[in-house]
Design a protein around this ligand. Sequence first.
Ligand code: NDP
Length: 240
Amino acid sequence: MARVALVTGGTRGIGSAISRMLNEAGFKVAAVYHGNVEAAETFAKETGIKVFRWDVADFGACREGIERVTEELGPIEVLVNNAGITRDGTIHRMDYEDWEAVVHTNLTSCFNLARLVIDAMRQRGFGRIINIGSINGQAGQYGQVNYAAAKSGIHGFTKALAQEGAAKGITVNAIAPGYVDTDMVRAVPPPVLEKIIAGIPVGRLGRAEDIARGVLFLASDDADFITGSTLSINGGQHMY
Ligand code: NDP
């Protein structure tokens, strides 16, 4: 039986590549999006993957969404917490709303979704949770106290939940992408982006597929001895 995989932010950018790759590998995929209906409809038409619209920062909306996905596709065995946003600015210019939106969308969402799928995973004795962190959660970044804090939180969340899931066949891992060529990075001013690329030893931005291949591996049954780890996929930009 095909396993059911839920990918948040699964209709654009990195998430779209993850959804497509899991789908091609035989998973039944549900891709969650929030605001960009046009992109989601195009994605659904191109791939045949089911799309679901809700706000991952809202626990009640997540509960209803998970119920719908479970009814339509079956119990979720693979959860990819990928949805994320940025609201950059140095702290002396940052509004509380920019902090709140980024922390809730990037980090609280991981709690929301994991909390809502964990009981079924524990009952089945199988689960894969893959959280998308960031190089900027590992290294920090000027103008991103909100985003760096949220992404850094994801790495701690991953290690704690991995310890809770291990005895129940549930692995929990993070991927920390470097700069990947998506809408999020295309919003960075070109001179800043040039400097970033100059600092990547491999000499290019990442491709969404570079990240998706890591997710596919961690989602597989074969990855059952890997838990609580962070896979850095960043072209050598940050090593530690
Ligand atoms: P994009 O901006 O291209 O896509 C973001 C996706 O998340 C979209 O599908 C969007 O839906 C969805 N989303 C945003 N907010 C919500 C919400 N509240 N509820 C549900 N879905 C939501 O981002 P990327 O593909 O670039 O990034 C994907 C992940 O990778 C993020 O977590 C990001 O922080 C992380 N990352 C990205 C890097 C990069 O260089 N691109 C580097 C390191 C980490 P909609 O289409 O409806 O807006």
